[in-house]
Write a protein that binds this ligand. Structure first.
Ligand SMILES: *Cc1c(COP(=O)(O)O)cnc(C)c1O
Length: 344
């Protein structure tokens, strides 16, 4: 097999531990898992298998193509397609185990004729996807076989009044709807307390090591570790410039190592002169810009490192988000296709 000079190590124990913490935090609610966008870039099939073994029974993807990629889908697990069922989805959707999360009067009309079960999203303030509370009150959902009625928080990551407003609005809508279960919370919502959990929670980010709110920080473990191999080591002297545009100028002699990772691997240019790799007990800062396939770090404090050695990029999500200006979501979902991926 051809060698790949960068690797992503995925920690099964951390994933399962994060799910257990989120399940516990949701009180009596069932804890599902958002596995859209290929489980935020980590690998949906592998994630589903591990969470299924842990006891998770409810999964969420965005599109029918994502649902299809997970076939054959186990009959004892629920799979919901968050974007619902558009005009071009019907032929496939009507024959699959997965059920749509209906988001608009058009989708409701389309699905009603099938007589099949569905979920429904009601928009309580994010103004993105979902049927309106007014339409629900006017009878839009009458006669549908609704498994889960859900809504989605706009500002769960913040201490915003809108969280409580959305919770109340959701409770009011739900009082007039026949649905087997109610669901409001993503990862951040789970951290807001059991009042927000209802019957089923839908975390994504925190499963994969993201910290949606400070409450989660002591409990959520890093899942994805990014490592790259050193291709070349060099010494520079005072006045030398590093990388495109010469944005790092040496004030004295430095030892550099050039790593086999770049923005095409999802290590984006936001890490220029701010990212870092881990070396022993310390850190080696990124020097200069990140290139498409290469990143240079300063290894003054790690004289032992040689060509061919592996270094771990600091990919602790809150830390890396602060370094790069990217969201924790972006940090996960942009990880590229060139990594050797290994579940440990
Ligand atoms: C993506 C998504 C989630 C998961 O959100 P996280 O913030 O990653 O926990 C839950 N519900 C809906 C409707 C989503 O689109």
């Amino acid at each position: 097999m051809v060698h790949r000079p960068l690797r992503l190590t995925l920690d099964s124990d951390a994933l399962v531990s994060n799910w257990h913490w989120l399940a516990h935090k949701g009180g009596g609610a069932a804890c599902g898992a958002a596995v859209k966008a290929n489980a935020y870039g980590l690998g949906a099939r592998e994630v589903v298998k591990r969470l299924q073994d842990a006891g998770c029974r409810d999964f969420f993807v965005s599109t029918w193509a994502e649902a299809e990629a997970l076939e054959p889908w186990p009959g004892d697990l629920a799979l919901s397609v968050l974007h619902g069922v558009g005009p071009d989805d019907m032929a496939v959707a009507a024959t699959r185990i997965a059920r749509p999360v209906l988001n608009s009067p058009e989708q409701v009309a389309r699905w009603r004729e099938t007589g099949r079960p569905c979920d429904v999203m009601v928009d309580t303030g994010i103004n993105r996807l979902g049927v309106s509370p007014g339409d629900v009150a006017a009878g839009l959902l009458d006669g549908l076989r609704i498994e889960t009625l859900m809504s989605h928080l706009a500002s769960g990551e913040e201490d915003s009044d809108t969280n409580e407003m959305q919770r109340k609005a959701f409770r009011e809508v739900a009082a007039g709807v026949k649905a087997k279960r109610l669901s409001l919370s993503n990862s951040a919502g789970v951290c807001l307390g059991t009042r927000f959990a209802f019957d089923l929670t839908r975390p994504g980010l925190a499963l994969y090591g993201g910290i949606p709110r400070p409450e989660a920080a002591p409990h959520i473990r890093q899942v994805a570790r990014v490592e790259a191999q050193i291709i070349q080591r060099r010494r520079i002297v005072a006045g030398d410039r590093v990388g495109y545009g010469g944005t790092f100028v040496a004030d004295r002699a430095h030892e550099l190592a050039t790593l086999n990772i770049g923005y095409a691997d999802g290590y984006l240019r936001g890490f220029a002169n701010t990212g870092r790799a881990r070396t022993g007990d310390g850190f080696a800062p990124v020097t200069g810009r990140v290139s498409m396939d290469l990143t240079t770090i300063c290894v003054d404090a790690a004289p032992e490192l040689r060509e061919g050695d592996w270094v771990e990029i600091d990919y602790d999500l809150p830390e890396a988000a602060a370094q790069s200006g990217l969201s924790q979501y972006e940090l996960l979902t942009t990880l590229g296709a060139r990594f050797a991926r290994r579940w440990a």
